[in-house]
Ligand binder design. Structure first.
Ligand code: ATP
Ligand code: MG
Ligand code: MG
Length: 551
């Protein structure tokens, strides 16, 4: 829509198109396959994909697999699944940076021939020392004046395995006095005798990120290479690489601020420990914010897209509240999902004047705000379950639900009046007895009298027993994410509550993994993809119905 103002990245792209620097917008998402993607990555994926769509360009999926130590095939597959689920379709543009190793090698040779790169004998430690600091310029590498021939021969020896790891590196020859330390003759190739998950043992030299990335972008014809803010002072090096390699259509790097969520754990190190310590049930535990975890919790691609849009694109780091993510999923599911009845903490309700053995099938609209979702039949009979907190022996003021002598509506059904109740030997209420008034059936237009409370229920002989998992923040919000003394996580001991004796409408026995529903008065719930079975359904609460978040 023309009325929405464009973000700063769109403004840069518009200008590049207008001034003839860009014919086709090509963006990419370049994850390192070294972990699961999280909500922050989703922002980058949807931003890049969205720009390609908006400008009728292309979106590339590229695995930045130039660092063989940390990469795993397992992650390649999970990353692909997550991106597909988000709806960022890369078509036939799936790439692996490792496919460009030969071209990267040739690019390095080109720099050597131009006198712009040299083989160094310094150790990693020495290189760090020679590079100086922010206040102190760097010192020349003793190898920086090697001849082109010597450098070519040494680089070939590096490639042919003549050196051990760390014995030699290739450095770009730029400026040891640059105020930007990244420009002080950065290492662009290193020796690493490692087996790569795709190229095996073909290579024992690997390019460094700052050298590899601009080459990957240039080879693929990426027009705008969008990355996060911490790469801002790497941009001069990015530009140096594409300039010295004389690409015809140099890609342009643009940085934006990372997405951070308040009071949420995203660090790989921490999540790894939570998994190892058994505090969470894998990387897709519904309390985490990996894309797999959000999917398992019951978030939809649409809700994540909405969230990312609401966050906006900016140049300054800030942190967004999880409540905004909850707002987005609530809004997304509101009209789309059937509203079912579920009793999480059951007590039996017996309608003493309802004929024993009789069953009637009530016609219930699936979503009163969306007729398209149709209706279902819910069996109604003499014995029901209701939620424990919908009955009180001695109610406080303004309690309009069941208590002795009070009448309420059973949702979609009849008025019932509480006549008596039964306690067990510990004084716990185990049964509530009511009478119903056949005149008051919902939908008959009965107006004889009104009740102030409506409660949900399930028919006891037909209800499906199930497990329900309620979640709270993994960390203690009062204390903040990290312990100030030892840096450990301030965990919330109540982040998971498992309710084992819940009852749902019979219809819900059919729920498939990832199916989601509103449980009236309780929130939105999703069938757990790992643990739910038709015999033993398990539902995760995605989000409750109430919110403190206001847009
Ligand atoms: P690591 O280097 O530890 O793997 P990373 O999360 O940055 O960390 P990458 O695989 O390099 O992992 O990320 C892929 C892309 O996702 C990069 O372009 C990066 O800028 C982007 N990205 C990562 N985290 C965020 C975030 N929190 N918000 C937005 N974009 C992000
Ligand atoms: Mg990563
Ligand atoms: Mg990274």
């Amino acid at each position: 829509g023309g009325t929405v103002s464009k973000n700063f990245i769109e403004q840069i792209i518009d200008k590049d198109i207008e001034e003839g620097r860009c014919e086709e917008v090509v963006t990419r998402f370049p994850p390192e396959p070294n972990g699961y993607l999280h909500i922050g990555h989703a922002k980058s994926i949807l931003l890049n994909y969205g720009l390609a769509e908006e400008y009728h360009g292309k979106f590339h999926m590229r695995f930045d697999d130039t660092n063989p130590t940390k990469e795993k095939v397992e992650f390649v597959e999970s990353i692909k699944a997550d991106i597909q689920w988000l709806g960022a379709d890369w078509g036939d543009s799936l790439f692996f940076a490792s496919d460009y190793f030969e071209q990267m090698y040739e690019a390095a040779v080109k720099l050597i021939k131009k006198g712009k790169a040299y083989v160094s004998d310094l150790s990693a430690e020495e290189i760090r020392e020679y590079r100086g600091t922010l206040t102190e310029p760097g010192k020349d590498d003793p190898s920086c004046n090697r001849s082109v021939e010597e450098n070519l021969a040494l680089f070939e020896d590096m490639k042919n395995g003549k050196f051990k790891d760390g014995e030699k590196v290739l450095r770009a020859k730029i400026d040891m006095a640059s105020p930007n330390i990244n420009m002080r003759d950065p290492v662009i190739y290193r020796v690493a005798h490692m087996t790569h998950h795709r190229t095996g043992d073909t290579w024992c030299i690997y390019p460094m990120y700052d050298f590899a990335h601009p080459i990957e972008d240039a080879i693929e014809g990426v027009s705008h290479s969008i990355c996060t803010l911490e790469f801002e002072d790497h941009r001069p090096l990015y530009d140096w690489v594409v300039r010295e390699l004389e690409y015809e259509k140099p890609p342009k790097q643009i940085e934006f601020a990372k997405l951070y969520l308040t009071n949420v754990v995203t660090g790989k190190r921490y999540i790894k420990k939570l998994v190892e310590d058994g505090i969470v049930d894998g990387w897709d535990d519904p309390r985490l914010v990996s894309i797999a975890a959000l999917r398992r919790r019951g978030f939809t691609p649409e809700s994540i897209k909405r969230f990312v849009e609401l966050c906006g694109i900016s140049k300054s780091n800030s942190s967004v509240d999880y409540a905004m993510l909850e707002y987005c999923i609530r809004e997304d599911l509101k009209m789309k999902k059937p509203r079912m009845m579920a009793v999480l903490d059951p007590i039996k309700l017996v309608i003493d004047n309802y004929p024993e053995g009789e069953v009637e099938y009530l016609d219930v609209a699936n979503n009163l705000e969306n007729e398209e979702l149709g209706s279902r039949k819910v069996p109604f009979c003499r014995e029901l379950y209701i939620d424990r907190d919908d009955f009180m022996e001695e109610p406080p003021k303004k309690y309009f639900r069941l208590f002795p002598g009070n009448e309420v509506r059973l949702m979609h059904a009849y008025f019932v009046k509480c006549e008596s109740f039964v306690k067990d030997e510990n004084g716990k209420v185990i049964e509530v007895h009511c009478t119903y008034d056949p005149e008051t059936k919902q939908g008959t237009g009965f107006t004889g009298r009104k009740v102030k409370g409506t409660i949900h229920w399930v028919p006891a002989p037909f209800a499906k027993k199930c497990e329900v998992r309620l979640y709270e923040n993994l960390v203690d919000e009062e204390k903040g994410v990290y312990n100030k003394e030892d840096g450990s996580l301030n965990l919330n001991p109540d982040s998971l509550k498992v309710l084992k004796d819940c009852y749902v409408e019979p219809e819900l026995a059919k729920a498939e993994p990832y199916d989601s529903f509103q449980f009236v008065r309780q929130g939105y719930f999703c069938a757990d993809a790992k643990d739910s079975t038709p015999e033993h359904p398990v539902f995760n609460r995605i989000v409750s119905l109430k919110s403190s978040f206001k847009l």
